[in-house]
Design a protein around this ligand. Sequence first.
Ligand code: PRT
Length: 105
Amino acid sequence: MNDLLERLSDVLESRKGADPGSSYVAGLYSKGLDAILKKIGEEATETVMAAKDGVPEKIVYEVADLWFHTLVLLAQQGLGPADVLAELDRRFGLSGLEEKAGRGS
Ligand SMILES: N=c1c2ncn([C@@H]3O[C@H](COP(=O)(O)OP(=O)(O)OP(=O)(O)O)[C@@H](O)[C@H]3O)c2ncn1[C@@H]1O[C@H](COP(=O)(O)O)[C@@H](O)[C@H]1O
């Protein structure tokens, strides 16, 4: 589970240059950055609507779609989940909460 984002990211990387008709991700890459950004906008809106509905399963489903499409964006930009996790880790370290949680050195 811990390395799921990395494994998924590897799959997204492997779709680069693949036949656009062979996979959803390859098709999205072939449409370009604007198409990826449009999907992120749509999934963000669907997440908002799910939260307004207040159905937990719907929220999880839509957030998964949103996370997935942001991972596609990162891959398309030559980035990956490790870059985002490093930034979150940096902020967590800055907050001082890391030491309180017993993780600090
Ligand atoms: N996790 C996902 C994943 N989450 C969501 N989606 C796709 O994202 C789209 C979500 O868009 P919508 O909800 O708007 O549904 P839609 O109307 O079908 O969307 P469009 O086709 O119109 O864009 C759907 O087509 C989903 O199939 C995903 N497609 C792929 N993955 C993962 O990515 C890997 C590679 O996928 P392929 O490139 O398809 O092999 C797979 O092994 C999966 O693990």
